[in-house]
Design a protein around this ligand. Structure first.
Ligand code: DC
Length: 238
C-alpha cells in the first residue's frame, strides 16, 4: 500500500485508525507532540455521547433520542488541568468528565451508540471542522476512510487481540481497577466485532493506508516508523 504524502511537504493531516487498545492514543499523542500538531482522539466524542445519554437516563437502544443528543452536545478537549494520569481534559457541556467517559458502562454501550448513522454524521461534521485548520493527528476507526478521505498520510495501527488485551490490562492495573485479563479480552473481541461489522463507517483499512503492526514495537518505535514515511524525515530525538 502507498502513503499519500505530498512530495516535499510535511503531511498536515494525519489519520490514524485501528482497533481498540491498539496504541493509537499513545502513538498519536507522541507524534503530535513531536510535530507541534493538535491530536484529536475521536473515540472520546463517541464516549462523551454515550456517557451523556446514560447520565440523562436515555436507553442506549433509543436511536432517535441518542441522535438528538449527539446533535446538540458540546464536546471540548483542553490541555490537562490535573496531574492524575490524564493526557487532556474532556469537557461535556463545559464540565470535566475526563474519567467518566472511561467507565465500564460506557465501554459496554459505546459501540452501539457509535453505530447510529445520525450520531456519526454529527460527530463527523465536528471532526472535519477541527481538521480544516490543519496540523492535526486524528485518531479513530473511520478517519482515513470517511472523515478525512484526503488526509495527507493514513496509518492503520494493528496488533493482535492478545497483545492489545495485555496492554489494556496493564493500564487498568496501574489505575487500580480489578478487571481481569479474560474480561478485557472478551470485551475487546466484542467491540472489534461490532466496530468492524456495523453498516455505517465500519473499521477497515483505507486503500492508501500504511499498515503498521505494533505487536513487537514500542510506541516510540511506531512514531519513528511513521515519521520515516515523511518525504523529509525529521531528525531522531537525541
Ligand atoms: O478508541 P476508543 O476505544 O476510545 O473508541 C470508543 C468507541 O468509539 C469504539 O468502540 C468505536 C467508536 N469510534 C468510532 O466508531 N469511530 C471513531 N472514529 C472513533 C471511535
Amino acid at each position: 500500500m502507498q502513503a499519500n504524502v505530498t512530495s516535499g511537504a510535511l503531511p498536515l493531516t494525519i489519520a490514524i485508525d485501528g482497533p481498540a487498545a491498539g496504541g493509537k492514543t499513545t502513538v498519536g499523542a507522541m507524534l503530535a507532540k513531536r510535530l507541534g500538531y493538535l491530536c484529536l482522539d475521536t473515540g472520546i466524542m463517541y464516549r462523551a455521547v454515550t456517557w451523556q445519554a446514560l447520565n440523562e437516563g436515555l436507553a442506549p437502544e433509543d436511536e432517535p433520542a441518542v441522535t438528538l443528543l449527539a446533535e446538540s452536545i458540546e464536546i471540548d478537549v483542553k490541555p490537562a488541568s490535573k496531574d492524575d494520569g490524564r493526557a487532556f481534559d474532556v469537557l461535556i457541556d463545559s464540565e470535566d468528565h475526563t474519567w467518566d467517559i472511561r467507565l465500564p458502562e460506557v465501554n459496554q454501550n459505546v459501540s452501539l451508540v457509535s453505530s447510529y448513522l445520525g450520531v456519526r454524521r454529527a460527530m463527523t461534521l465536528q471532526q472535519r471542522k477541527i481538521a480544516a485548520r490543519g496540523r492535526i493527528v486524528m485518531l479513530g476507526r473511520d478517519i482515513g476512510t470517511v472523515v478525512l478521505p484526503d488526509a495527507d498520510l493514513k496509518i492503520y495501527l494493528d496488533a493482535s487481540l492478545e497483545v492489545r488485551a495485555r496492554r489494556r490490562f496493564e493500564e487498568e492495573n496501574q489505575h487500580g481497577t480489578t478487571i481481569t485479563y479474560a474480561e478485557i479480552l472478551t470485551s475487546l473481541r466484542r467491540r472489534d466485532e461490532i466496530d468492524s461489522s456495523r453498516q455505517h463507517a465500519p473499521l477497515k483499512i483505507a486503500e492508501d493506508a500504511v499498515v503498521i503492526n505494533t505487536d513487537a514495537l514500542t510506541a516510540a518505535q511506531v512514531v519513528d516508523k511513521i515519521i520515516s514515511l515523511f518525504p523529509h524525515p525529521l531528525s531522531p530525538i537525541p
